[in-house]
Design a protein around this ligand. Sequence first.
Ligand code: ADP
Length: 264
Amino acid sequence: DFSVTLPVKSNDEIGELSKSIQTLANDLSYLKKERNEFLASISHELRTPLTYIKGYADIGRRKTLSEEERMHYLTIIHEESEHVHQLLQELFELAKMDENMFTIQKQSVRVNDFVSTIYDKARHVFLAQGHQLELYCRGDWTVEVDPRRFEQIILNLLDNALKYSAEHSVTKINVEKQNDDILISIKDEGQGIPSEDLPYIFTRLYRVDKSRSRLTGGFGLGLSIVKELVEAHNGTISVESQLGTGTCFTIRLKESFDEDSFTH
Ligand code: ADP
């Protein structure tokens, strides 16, 4: 336990020092508690898919199974392994961020071209799943982003739009300028987020639906990674949502006027 009580009550330098040490001890104790809670949640998250993998591997070894049954069990094992893989990848990403071991290599990009390219990629995924994706770009501006990281941000938000929308929904990407800011928003017609959950959705491991559904299967890490990536670009991300109507995430970046560093 980091908690210590120093019996110094004066206002002189020693008194101030003892207050600082007390604050530090409180901070450390808080961090320790947070770390323990995080580790407990991760262990829990790993236990679920691993229980499936072990259980279905046991059943899959039975000699009496038909080929079809064996395929069924192998498919579940494969899907659950994917979950574990995804979780480990997201954790690794967060760990790198915490250690400041990840770098952002910004370059000037034309936001119109950039978002259009991502849109072209994502559109097919939406169509294949019976959804629609639309792009509205109201101008041609320049922003400073790390293209790989920024694509990851947008794809993650689009992935959520897909995951949390019923079939035949329409998701819209909107790029516009407001004062000196470029706004990129992703608006879906999905299930929406209850207002009491909204303040927490960027928190690590937070999920509105606490029981991870085998269909959606997220770990509640995606948006916390998105937020840290946006902030590493000196941008902000905000969300508006209405239950049953849809959700809109808006990324706000400063427009760049540095034409010299243009990369085509
Ligand atoms: P997950 O991996 O669970 O999707 P995220 O960090 O990406 O985790 O999102 C956190 C939670 O916020 C999700 O579990 C979901 O409840 C909610 N959420 C995120 N995006 C949307 C969306 N577009 N529509 C409805 N709910 C969303």
